[in-house]
Design a protein around this ligand. Structure first.
Ligand SMILES: N[C@@H](CCC(=O)N[C@@H](CS)C(=O)NCC(=O)O)C(=O)O
Length: 266
């Protein structure tokens, strides 16, 4: 690529991590110029004009000024234009198979986020059941198309790049909901897939500690940099850095920590 693509993003965003994984797999981290957006601050009007008032990130701007949105679209685009072997399967049937698995990511992502954001203890079981049901569907799909594993095909590919950031994000469910995949055959294959995805070298852009600290406000029901009642600073703030903050309280149903308790005051 003669001129670099620009990607506007939130560094810890799972949708943007999909793109970072692709670049890491190719050893092409420098092929894209990442520009950090702080979602706790009002959006730059110039960027807002480019996205015609919409705010979701990541956004890719090509060297010619075309604006692309939606991480799956940007991922497939980068897969075509960045130097190196394609992530997508070249065989049409295999590509259709990976696309069917990818089609499960929307409901899975939504269910995980709604689960962590729920603060009504009476709703907890229904969130858990919904989430587990989606894992069983994935397990069934993997058993049908790739019973041996660990990946869908012989190596980490497009579907893995799509799902791994969500598997890592859902560390917040382990922490705030004590979520763990149950033992048993209904989950064995997806457990193996998830473990292989998460262990891959190209996916270490985020850590559990970072996710748990940054997503505290999500666990209190406040997403996308919104402020929790009584607080002045979002858990998504870049400063003080997450490394300098204590681990948040695990109990999201009855407590709400202050800015000071979360180490968010300078
Ligand atoms: N479907 C979109 C979702 C993107 C998304 O929700 N991004 C979040 C960050 S993780 C965001 O930009 N939130 C701020 C906003 O929507 O204003 C994609 O895959 O790109």
């Amino acid at each position: 690529m003669p001129n670099k693509h620009i990607v506007y993003h939130i560094p810890v965003c799972p949708f943007s991590q999909r793109l970072e994984i692709l670049l890491a797999l190719r050893g092409q981290e420098d092929a894209v110029d990442f520009r950090v957006v702080d979602i706790t601050k009002p959006r730059d009007p110039e960027l807002l004009a480019k996205t015609r008032g919409t705010t979701a990130l990541p956004v890719l701007e090509t060297a010619e000024g075309t604006i692309l949105k939606e991480s799956l679209v940007i991922l497939r685009y980068l897969d075509e234009v960045v130097k190196g072997p394609s992530l997508r399967r070249s065989d049409p049937v295999e590509h259709a198979i990976e696309s069917m698995l990818i089609a499960q990511e929307g409901p899975f992502t939504m269910a995980g986020y709604l689960f962590v954001m729920n603060r009504d203890p009476d709703q907890r079981d229904s969130h858990l059941e919904k989430f587990l049901g989606l894992y069983r569907t994935m397990n069934d799909f993997l058993m049908a198309h790739s019973p041996e594993g660990p990946f869908l095909f012989e190596s980490f590919g497009l579907a893995e790049a799509v799902f791994t950031p969500m598997f890592k994000r859902f560390w917040f469910l382990e922490y705030y909901e004590d979520f763990a995949l149950p033992d048993g055959p209904e989950y064995a294959r997806v457990r193996q897939w998830k473990a292989a995805c998460m262990a891959h070298d190209a996916t270490d852009q985020v850590s559990k500690e970072e996710i748990v600290k940054l997503y505290y406000d999500y666990a209190l029901g406040a997403g996308n940099g919104a402020l929790v009642e009584g607080r002045q600073v979002s858990s998504f703030a870049f400063n003080p850095p997450w490394q300098a903050r204590p681990w948040p309280p695990k109990d999201k149903y009855t407590t709400s920590a202050s800015d000071a308790e979360l180490g968010l005051l300078p």
